[in-house]
Design a protein around this ligand. Structure first.
Ligand code: PAF
Length: 294
């Protein structure tokens, strides 16, 4: 596995791959890799000849008082994992490679509407930081395909919208959330949880799936479902940020035209902010197909 720490090295290598006629799948990450990331890498390997992974803890997507400094940096262990997964190239730039003129002077890419709600409301500027860095990384790497996790469902929707609105020639692929046996979605931030918090944490996913079951059974008072779920989370010791039943396409309220519902939640447990989501197709044929496919 080759490692490039700057844009010039990376682009020279990518040019060589292109001359050889190889297709490229790209997995952007902030490192501290877990099985969820490795699932993205495995998907990427199936889709293209070569896989490029980036590790960059992007300061532009962290707000004041957030965990930028505490965010786990585990480059040596990450490299080993990527090597074992057969990754061809690691791009691990420094902040000055991505923001050579400083972050204040950086042109910002902002996706309206989708970025203003849910995590966008509670973390102002976060998604602008994400779309700006993802846009830059896609322009630097110029992959055929880029792979993102569905755990960050709002992020995935926003990236898809950016790529479509800016006519970027890349195919965005989402990969299902990887979970621990008790349902907790894998996340680099799970490492912040104390033993007691780790015991409570799976309740976030349980609350989401209970809500999904209620909707699947025909219960359609979403406000009641949301407030009941928030209450359950509060009682268990979470500080819920939002628990929302939304249209999976628009991330706005469910309407008569909604084909798929996304139930999304963010909640703080001690010092850790956890997010998760589940989805439900409102088209019974899709559910039947899913059952038939196992
Ligand atoms: O999901 C992440 O890890 C980050 O938001 C991403 C997409 C790598 C951009 O920094």
């Amino acid at each position: 596995m080759r490692t490039c720490n700057n844009k010039a090295q990376l682009q020279a290598t990518v040019q060589q791959y292109r001359q050889e006629g190889q297709t490229i799948a790209f997995v952007p990450t902030m490192g501290n890799l877990h099985q969820g990331h490795l699932d993205l890498v495995r998907k990427a390997r199936k889709l293209c000849d070569l896989v490029i992974v980036s590790i960059f803890v992007n300061p532009l997507q962290f707000g004041p008082g957030e965990d930028l400094d505490a965010y786990p940096r585990t480059m040596a262990a990450d490299k080993e994992k990527l090597f074992s997964e057969g990754v061809n190239l690691l791009y691990a730039p420094g902040v000055e490679d991505i923001y050579p003129d400083g972050m204040e002077r950086q042109t910002v890419v902002s996706v309206p509407d989708l970025g203003d709600t849910l995590c966008g409301s509670s973390r102002p500027g976060h998604f602008d930081g994400v779309t700006t860095v993802v846009c830059k990384l896609l322009n630097i790497v110029q992959p055929d395909v880029a792979v993102f996790g569905e755990k960050d469902f709002q992020q995935l929707s926003i990236v898809r919208k950016m790529v479509s609105d800016l006519s970027m020639p890349v195919n965005i692929v989402g990969v299902a959330t990887k979970r621990d046996e008790d349902g907790l979605a894998l996340s680099s931030r799970n490492g912040y949880l104390t033993e007691e918090e780790r015991r409570i944490a799976p309740l976030l996913h349980q609350t989401l799936t209970t809500c999904r079951e209620a909707i699947a059974c025909g219960f359609d008072n979403f406000l009641q479902l949301e407030s009941h779920a928030r209450m359950q989370l509060l009682q268990a010791g979470f500080e819920p940020d939002y628990f929302a039943v939304r249209d999976a396409q628009t991330l706005r309220a469910v309407t008569e035209d909604t084909a798929e519902v996304a139930i999304l939640a963010a909640a703080r447990l001690g010092n850790t902010r956890l997010i998760d989501n589940v989805r439900l197709s409102l088209n019974p044929v899709d559910d039947w197909r899913m059952l038939a496919d196992g």
